[in-house]
Each structure stands twice: as structure tokens, then as C-alpha cells.
Design a protein around this ligand. Structure first.
Ligand code: SF4
Length: 345
């Protein structure tokens, strides 16, 4: 990769097309972009027949977080993850909780942030005693160039790398990152294409394809999150379809995080998800055969903790994002010796 056009970074994963257009292959929009125009994410621009990233030097968040906050519950539990984001997104979710940074490029054409080099990101992670770097808060796919440069350096320093993603990346993008990407939490927002079209302005199938592909074809540790929005994706039928999909296409060991919705951004005429709905979803997930189901945004809930799916023993006791105790012994339940899936448990 090379720097050019001032401080812009030449993009990865694109190809030239007719009339100085370019085809971006990073996410499933697969934008065909005319000379001088932007892609759907508004942070990739065709300049004279070459695609550039506009947000490579625009880091808008950089701080250590518990890995549990991503959420990743079976990945280096109890560790800190140095978490970075650049402005922009390829989704338009009406209830986005980070809309100030994800939608600024779309709504106002602003790409705010500061240049932080991959070397500085990795040094900061080491200084804060982090085990990993998380590309999070906005969609990491659309700042893949920085993820790649930082990810490769982090790997050299013995750190891991994780994504928190909407799952809209292409297979080419997953393959591109697979050398240094160790873990990912993918949002599966609904099992209804109409939901994705209406509330996120995208489609369901590419997200399903991403989850299946990562689970079956890569070594990347996978967890899945579903935000339960009242009257939108909380029917018995839809929750069963979500849980069945994860069990059959990703496997029973993939943790499912069921997260509580709070009114946000443009989606304000709703109530927070009732706890009873979340508990119903939890039961549906367990009945479908998932080994690990968690409730998110419900501080103090028993189902924040990890239990052995065979004997029921508590394995990781969580209080919010804090680990109160980890009883797992060498990736096994200390009582019945069942193997507990995860990355460096
Ligand atoms: S990352 Fe996605 S939305 Fe952005 S230009 Fe590429 S294909 Fe389009």
C-alpha cells in the first residue's frame, strides 16, 4: 500500500472499471464509483481512477476497554483491549448508539479525527497493558487500511486483533484480514430482510453469509450479538430463526449475546426492551441448543456469567464488564472436565 494525494491512503481491495470508475470490493455494497465520487460509506473516494481511504488518518476514538465490553466473553477474558475507531459506516441504522461518529461523514460530510500511526496505536496498547487491539465503535471494514497496518504490527508484538462488525464485509475482506484477525463479534440484527432494508438500509443475506463463512472457513473466534428492539425483532418465530441459524450455520459453541435496546438517534418512539422479552429470548437460545447465551445491557443479570453447558457449574462470574472470578482450568470445566470453547480462556 502507498500514501499519495496529500495524506490520503490508497485503498485496498478495489479494481479499475470502465471510464475511470472503480469497483470497491471491501463490503457487500460493492460500489461502482465514478471519478470524483464517494462510495456509500462516504469515506472512500475515487480520485482520477484510483480509490483512496479518506479516514486513514482520522482516528476518532482510542482508549483501553475491557474485552467484555465488545462484547467478547470467550476471548482472553478479563483482559483489556485497546479500542480504536475512525469516522464512517456502511450502514444507516436508525437506532445507532454511536451515530455521532458513524454518521457524521454521511449527514454532514465531516470526517473528524486525528492522525495516529499504527506504531503509536500498538505502543499505546502495550503501554496500557492490553492483550489486544479492538477495531470498534464504527464499522472496521471501512477503515480496513488502518486495521491492516496496525493489525500486522500488533501481531509482531504478540498482541491479538478483534473486530466488532455489522458483518457486511465481503469474503475477500475476511480473507484479507484473516492473517492477523483473531476474533470478531458480528451483529446479527434480525432474521428479516425487511428489517435490514427499513431500519439499516442494507440487506440480511450478506450478514448471514459472513457468519457462516467465518465459522466454517476461518480460524477467527466468532461471537454474535442481537439487539432486541420491541415489536421489531422480538417475535417467538424470529427469535427461533435467529437461534436456529446460529446453531446450524455457526455451531452451538458460538456465544449469542442478546442485548437490551434503549431508544437512540432517530428511533425514539419506543420503550427499552422489557427484561421479560430478553429472558424469553435467552430460553429460546438455550432450547435451540446454543451452549452460551448472554444478556447484555442488563447489569447484575445472572446470565452475564458463563456456565458449563453440561453440568451447570458457574465458570466465569461477571459483574457488568468486570470478572469477579474465572474458574476455568485450561479451557475445561473444573468439575466435569467439559471443554469450554474460546480463545485463551
Ligand atoms: S467500503 Fe462498502 S460502502 Fe464503502 S466504498 Fe467500499 S463497497 Fe462502497
Amino acid at each position: 500500500m502507498e500514501l499519495a494525494k496529500g495524506n490520503l491512503k490508497q485503498a485496498v481491495l478495489w479494481e479499475p472499471a470502465e471510464d475511470k470508475k472503480v469497483r470497491c470490493k471491501l463490503c457487500n455494497w460493492r460500489c461502482l464509483i465514478a471519478d470524483g465520487k464517494l462510495g456509500q460509506c462516504c469515506v472512500r473516494k475515487n480520485i482520477d481512477g484510483t480509490l483512496y481511504s479518506l479516514n486513514y488518518n482520522k482516528v476518532c476514538s482510542a482508549n483501553p476497554d475491557p474485552i467484555e465490553k465488545k462484547p467478547l466473553f470467550h476471548f482472553q477474558p478479563g483482559s483489556q483491549s485497546f479500542s480504536i475507531a475512525c469516522v464512517g459506516c456502511n450502514f444507516r441504522c436508525e437506532f445507532c448508539q454511536n451515530w455521532q461518529i458513524s454518521q457524521a461523514a454521511v449527514e454532514e460530510g465531516r470526517i473528524d479525527g486525528q492522525p495516529i500511526s499504527p506504531e503509536t496505536i500498538v505502543e499505546s496498547a502495550v503501554r496500557y497493558d492490553c492483550k489486544s487491539i479492538a477495531y470498534t465503535y464504527t464499522e472496521p471494514t471501512i477503515f480496513m487500511e488502518l486495521c491492516n497496518d496496525s493489525g500486522l504490527l500488533a501481531k509482531q508484538r504478540g498482541l491479538t486483533n478483534v473486530f466488532v462488525s455489522n458483518g457486511y464485509m465481503t469474503r475477500e475482506a475476511i480473507d484479507f484480514a484473516s492473517d492477523w484477525l483473531n476474533g470478531i463479534n458480528v451483529d446479527l440484527k434480525s432474521f428479516n430482510d425487511d428489517y435490514y432494508k427499513r431500519l439499516c438500509k442494507t440487506r440480511l443475506q450478506p450478514v448471514l453469509d459472513t457468519i457462516s463463512y467465518i465459522a466454517k472457513e476461518t480460524d477467527i473466534w466468532l461471537e454474535v450479538t442481537t439487539l432486541i428492539v420491541p415489536d421489531e425483532n422480538d417475535s417467538e418465530d424470529e427469535l427461533k430463526k435467529l437461534a436456529d441459524f446460529i446453531v446450524t450455520k455457526a455451531g452451538p459453541d458460538v456465544p449469542w449475546h442478546i442485548s437490551r435496546f434503549h431508544p437512540q438517534y432517530k428511533y425514539l418512539d419506543s420503550v427499552p426492551t422489557p427484561i421479560s422479552t430478553l429472558e424469553r429470548a435467552y430460553q429460546i437460545g438455550k432450547s435451540a441448543g446454543l451452549h452460551y447465551v448472554y444478556l447484555g445491557n442488563v447489569p447484575g443479570a445472572k446470565s452475564e456469567s458463563t456456565f458449563c453447558y453440561k453440568c451447570g457449574r458457574i465458570l466465569i462470574e461477571r459483574v457488568g464488564y468486570r470478572i469477579a472470578a474465572n474458574h476455568i482450568e485450561n479451557s475445561h470445566c473444573p468439575d466435569c472436565r467439559t471443554k469450554i470453547a474460546g480463545f485463551e480462556l
